[in-house]
Write a protein that binds this ligand. Structure first.
Ligand code: NDP
Length: 602
């Protein structure tokens, strides 16, 4: 079916929808973009405290040497540790500011927290650790426990330093070692360092007037205060039974915790600026017969199947078959229907499939939410992937509770805070407790998000090196920083299911480090020519999504309405995840270490 035929087959008018989307976006555009937010600093610094550890913990400072220091014990660090172990590297230390492994799954313990990417493709190293998730979608405690399992399985607790914040990382060219200092007085050395701080690790707050005048209780979702609310990740927040609670934000995090707040609080006010796309979740228990029949290599095959669809590559069978893949399936089936024009107008068909999907999402709101005005306000008017789509079976239903009030601000956001509450639409709502579900910094300096400066050759700082934008080879190495590796999205072939690329990067880095060690290489630094060649390849493969993102409602995916100011997916490798992985495999097979690097011998 071509786009013109498809348009006639639908019972909506694409032009009307297009117009409405632009109007809704325009209500939300703000000239200050990312600058509307403030960091969790100063008066709010305690929002970053770790509520899950013994604050009195002490240990003697370390002044030793290991082969590899990995900073960050989330998925990136765990993949790196696991793949290094498999490559035979024994002397590894993970440094982590939290009290255990888990990264985002350590910090985010809010009630209802879970991953809405399917557990079988999202949880790392399932076959290696012999673990099968209990359900299609894993709750946060299960993911956190799996992180601990990986730590145990690969011996990564040995030498690990928890509750330890790196404060500086400096290359000592004479010794050819990295010196890593921490807030516990450590002064460690390592031949190699790998950093993986994660993309969304630094909470942010709205920079609204009066934010520091509020006298009630307040916290950010990424440090849930169970001492105040009672209950746990499964809900039952009993201490809120006599409390008026406000929550600012209705993104992926808020969607998951609002049903629990609604069930427990005396009164809940949900302050909304933009409604999320909330699709059905359709969670279910893992079928033991299905799990038993899986054959080796199944996890990787399933990940590739999922990411192929998301990358726009048709597959025979959609193995995951969920809300993420549905829209792509629809596009392909529209393209293949009688009168099909193949791929000629895929973009237009994709838009029509998106309109159709969002019509379903909006109809679902009407079907579930009883009060018509509340239902109207909960309907999203933008393309599905302008923001992170959400999947939840109880969120919309929560607004039928008599103690839950949606305070929709028609795109304006809350105006200010007072000593006693929140002002929105000119009205003050008094609350005892305020929950900030306002997300995380995106687009700020890499070293700010990592929380320490890295100084490479000739004391060059990474902040200065990347002032005009990230420059790297494959997103993992950067010139001027020998024996230094990054696991992350910039300049890499990242996908929706982030663990797939993170694992490929970990395998690649483990290969480079273990080969370097076995060849007694002292330092590995990429050449200027290699870095420039990767910039040229990045430019050649760049996919310009500016039009799509400019038309989107603001959010962190599009630099808060300014894609040029650092949208989440900007600066990724446009060839997509599979070409990226192939390219890394070819690199290892054809020359590998030494091909693009300047090496010095021990
Ligand atoms: P988001 O950045 O997605 O959401 C922040 C929310 O705060 C938005 O609703 C935003 O509104 C709102 N907001 C900001 N300022 C104001 C204001 N002045 N007045 C009213 N509202 C305001 O953060 P989240 O923590 O929800 O999610 C971050 C990411 O974490 C997700 O995108 C996802 O990648 C990940 N995540 C993943 C989950 C999973 O299942 N795997 C679950 C939860 C989170 P507006 O939309 O108008 O900007």
């Amino acid at each position: 079916m071509n786009a013109a035929v498809a348009k006639k087959a639908f019972d909506f008018d694409p032009e009307n929808l297009r117009r409405r989307y632009v109007e809704e976006r325009d209500k939300r555009l703000r000239p200050e973009g990312n600058e509307q937010y403030i960091g969790v600093e100063g008066r709010f610094a305690h929002f970053m405290d770790d509520p899950y550890v013994d604050p009195g913990f002490t240990r003697a400072p370390l002044a030793d040497e290991v082969d590899v220091i990995i900073v960050g014990g989330g998925f990136a660090g765990l993949f790196a540790g696991a793949r290094l172990r498999e490559a035979g590297v024994k002397s590894i230390r993970i440094i982590e500011k939290a009290g255990d492994f888990g990264g985002t799954w350590y910090w985010n313990r809010y009630p209802g927290c879970a991953c809405d990417v399917e557990s079988y493709i999202y949880l790392p190293l399932l076959e290696e650790t012999g673990y099968m998730p209990k359900r299609k979608y894993a709750p946060a405690p299960e993911i956190m426990e799996h992180c601990r399992r990986i730590g145990r399985h690969f011996g990564l607790y040995d030498h690990a330093c928890f509750q330890t914040q790196v404060t500086s990382m400096t290359w000592d060219a004479t010794a050819a070692r990295w010196r890593v200092k921490t807030d516990r007085g450590d002064d460690m050395r390592a031949r190699f360092v790998i950093v993986g701080p994660g993309p969304l690790n630094r909470p942010k707050l709205p920079g609204i007037p009066g934010i520091d005048t509020f006298k009630g209780h307040a916290f950010h979702t990424s440090r849930w205060d169970y001492a105040y609310t009672g209950g746990g990740p499964e809900g039952n927040l009993a201490k809120l039974a006599d409390k008026r609670v406000g929550i600012i934000g209705t993104g992926a995090t808020a969607i998951q915790c609002i049903p629990h707040l609604g069930a427990s609080a005396k009164q809940l006010y949900v302050f909304q600026r933009t409604p999320s796309v909330v699709d059905v979740r359709n969670d279910r228990e893992t079928d033991p017969a299905w799990a038993k029949a899986l054959t080796p290599g199944w996890q990787r095959r399933r990940q590739v199947n999922f990411d192929s669809l998301i990358a726009g590559i048709p597959v025979e069978d959609d193995q995951v078959g969920d809300g993420w893949t549905e829209i792509f399936r629809t596009v392909f089936s529209l393209a293949k229907a009688p009168g099909g024009t193949g791929t000629a107008d895929l973009e237009e068909l994709r838009q029509l499939a998106d309109f159709q999907k969002l019509e379903q999402i909006r109809a679902r709101v009407d079907a579930v939410v009883k009060d018509p005005a509340t239902a109207e306000a909960l309907k999203p008017w933008y393309n599905m992937f302008c923001k992170r789509p959400c999947f939840h079976d109880d969120y919309l239903e929560t607004f039928n509770r008599p103690n839950v009030t949606l305070v929709d601000t028609a795109g304006r956001g809350v105006e200010r805070l007072t000593e006693h509450g929140v002002v929105a639409n000119g009205k003050e709502y008094e609350v005892d407790c305020l929950v900030f579900a306002t997300g995380f910094e995106v687009g700020t300096d890499y070293t700010r998000r990592a929380d320490f400066e890295v100084r490479g050759r000739d004391s060059l700082s990474l902040t200065d090196r990347w002032k005009g934008g990230v420059k790297s080879l494959h997103g993992m190495q950067t010139r001027g920083f020998p024996n230094f590796f990054i696991i992350g999205g910039a300049q890499s072939g990242v996908t929706v299911n982030i663990p797939l690329t993170a694992d490929e990067q970990a395998k690649h880095i483990a290969h480079v480090i273990s080969t370097g060690m076995s060849r007694q290489v002292r330092s590995i630094e990429i050449s200027e020519a290699a870095e420039n060649a990767w910039q040229a390849e990045m430019a050649a493969k760049a996919v310009n999504r500016d039009k799509f993102f400019t038309e989107c409602t603001p959010g962190y995916y599009n630099g808060e309405g300014k894609p040029e100011d650092g949208a989440f997916f900007s600066g990724i490798y446009g060839g997509g995840p599979f070409e990226y992985m192939r390219l890394l495999e070819d690199w290892r097979a054809n020359g590998g270490l030494g091909r693009d690097e300047v090496l010095t011998a021990e």
